[in-house]
Write a protein that binds this ligand. Structure first.
Ligand code: HEC
Length: 220
């Protein structure tokens, strides 16, 4: 405390001054804020905000750049993603749409037509050896995009079920890849189906809201 103040403090004690300035004394004591207590203070709110933001940012960062913790990431060149790297060989430009037909087939179609394409007797017709999948490519594309119902005869057996439409859930590339896989597996050997064909048929049949019947498809 400065010298000027020191005089002020002592002033009320001067013997000749009977009128002790008690308010002045307290005012001086109260002016000081209490000493901080050390120990269990709550952390300030902004520290929480920073920590939580950091956790979210880190999660995003790992998700975006973590490469799924795969070993491949260490072999990548600048700007390359894991998927491109594992599909393309060195020196080859990465394919535009790297859709794996077998993967799509197993994910979408195999639940009913089975992984080996044999279907389930009495319920789901086989794709192996089916003239419908291996014939003109427009027909299976239409079936996948909009579904099929009613009696259909495959390899001499008649099925009467309902196949749901997949057009809303599969991209042109996925439909093409799944069909190409089915047309070239389990003894089938029909040419591939291109994503352009799927796109074109999707446009042509865009007003379709119900499943096809095989009569409709073969009558065309
Ligand atoms: C929910 C079960 C189910 C799924 C999933 C399914 N289908 Fe079907 N599919 C059927 C049924 C049932 C029929 C027969 C419909 C009928 O009786 O009219 C059929 C018929 C077919 C046919 C014509 C008949 C034949 O055996 O050749 C083709 C082609 C076909 N599906 C391809 C596919 C492809 C490709 C996928 C995957 C994109 C797929 N299906 C997914 C149930 C399914």
């Amino acid at each position: 405390m400065g010298n000027g103040k020191k005089n002020d403090i002592q002033a009320p004690y001067r013997a000749e001054n009977e009128d002790v300035d008690i308010y002045g004394l307290h005012r001086q004591a109260l002016r000081e804020s209490p000493d901080p207590v050390e120990g269990l203070e709550r952390p300030p709110w902004w520290l929480w905000v920073i920590c939580i933001s950091l956790i979210f940012w880190a999660g995003f960062y790992i998700g975006r750049y973590g490469g799924k913790f795969g070993p491949e990431v260490h072999l990548l060149s600048e700007g390359e993603t894991v998927k491109q790297a594992s599909v393309s060989k060195p020196g080859e430009s990465p394919p535009v749409a790297a859709v794996d037909g077998a993967e799509v087939y197993n994910r979408v179609c195999a639940a009913c037509h089975q992984q080996n394409g044999q279907g389930v007797p009495g319920a789901f017709p086989p794709l192996a050896g089916s003239g419908l999948i291996a014939g003109d490519d427009k027909l299976p594309v239409k079936i996948v995009l909009h579904g099929l119902q009613g009696p259909v005869t495959v390899s001499g057996t008649t099925y009467n079920g309902v196949m749901p439409a997949w057009g809303g859930q599969m991209s042109d590339e996925e439909v093409a890849a799944a069909l190409t896989h089915a047309r070239s597996s389990w003894g089938n050997s029909a040419p591939e189906v291109s994503a352009e064909t799927v796109k074109q048929i999707r446009e042509e049949t865009s007003d379709r809201t119900t499943n096809w019947t095989i009569k409709e498809l073969e009558g065309e």
